[in-house]
Design a protein around this ligand. Structure first.
Ligand SMILES: NC(=O)c1ccc[n+]([C@@H]2O[C@H](COP(=O)([O-])OP(=O)(O)OC[C@H]3O[C@@H](n4cnc5c(N)ncnc54)[C@H](O)[C@@H]3O)[C@@H](O)[C@H]2O)c1
Length: 269
């Protein structure tokens, strides 16, 4: 069956990349676009966003109108939009691939509740490299323990609105999982002024913003005598889009539930 996929955040940086990737991927077709109320893209044909002829796919601001004509939706928007959309995808039992980051704990809990009806894949990063790095970090952190101070450094483009990045938090969680501690209890998300000395076992985060950087992440483990660094550099948004489309196709025949990219790639322990 050819999967009919819509894109939420149709006119955004990821939305455009996703639409191109859906068009170029066998097994799926671009079936709709969703944008914010008041967006200049609402009512436009998706093709005009890439300077292509009309594709016959209109961009709407009404998620309810999309549900009957799609099998799934790939959503790279903002937290409020994702939390609204997930009620529609759950009600209609659709595939919902969530790339939106910066969702708070209450939002995460709301998504987990409706996942009993929708097939949701949610990840802070859809690239193969970052998902492989998670597994490696977990192993490294379990071997090194607290003797090595763990710090997560990330840089993104100047338009990014949340910090630390969803990917930085995923990588921090891999370190926490390796050490068998709770990330929230051990993370230091920023430092300013008289902070006092670093506590053993802290997992530190540092954020840089500027230019057009797609996403750079380094996780370092520093001891008195050596430093080990793992770095991932995203060179284009295309690999996020390819991962998200792969996730949508994978979820088609799965039972309702909340999955992540580790499930899609078969990387779970
Ligand atoms: N998980 C990953 O692999 C990954 C990779 C890249 C970006 N992201 C995340 O994806 C999100 C989008 O990133 P971006 O760089 O494309 O941002 P962007 O600002 O370029 O695009 C977001 C789009 O969402 C639209 N939008 C806002 N409210 C909406 C609503 N109610 N309904 C439909 N559309 C709505 C905006 O108008 C905009 O076009 C961010 O949270 C970012 O951190 C995740």
């Amino acid at each position: 069956m050819i999967m009919k996929i819509a894109i939420a955040g149709a006119g955004g940086r990821m939305g455009r990349e996703l639409a191109r990737t859906v068009q170029n991927t066998p097994g799926c077709v671009l079936a709709g676009g969703l944008e914010a109320k008041g967006s200049a893209y609402v009512g436009m044909d998706y093709g005009t966003l890439f300077g292509q002829p009309n594709l016959g796919v209109k961009i709407t601001d009404n998620p309810a109108a999309l549900m009957p004509i799609i099998d799934g939706i790939i959503d790279f928007t903002v937290p409020a939009a994702t939390l609204d959309l997930v009620r529609h995808t759950a009600e209609h039992g659709k595939v919902h691939v969530i790339g939106t980051t910066g969702i708070d704990a209450a939002g995460e809990a709301a998504i987990a509740v409706v996942a009993s009806r929708a097939r949701i894949v949610k990840s802070g990063n859809y690239s193969l490299g970052i998902n492989l790095m998670q597994g490696i970090l977990k192993k490294v952190a379990s071997v090194l323990g607290d003797d090595y101070d763990a710090e997560v450094l990330e840089m993104h483009h100047r338009h990014k609105i949340d910090a630390p990045s969803g990917t930085a938090l995923m990588l921090g969680k891999a370190v926490a999982d390796g050490r068998q501690v709770d990330l929230k209890a051990r993370s230091v998300r920023s430092r300013d002024g008289h902070t006092g000395a670093r506590k053993p076992g802290d997992i530190g985060f540092a954020t840089l913003r500027g230019g057009s950087v797609v996403g750079d992440h380094t996780v370092m483990f520093a001891s008195d005598s050596e430093r080990i660094e793992f770095t991932h550099i995203a060179q284009s948004r295309e690999m996020f889009a390819r991962g998200a489309v792969r996730a949508a196709l994978w979820a088609q025949n799965k039972k309702p539930g909340l999955y992540d990219m580790q499930d899609v790639l078969g990387l779970k322990d």
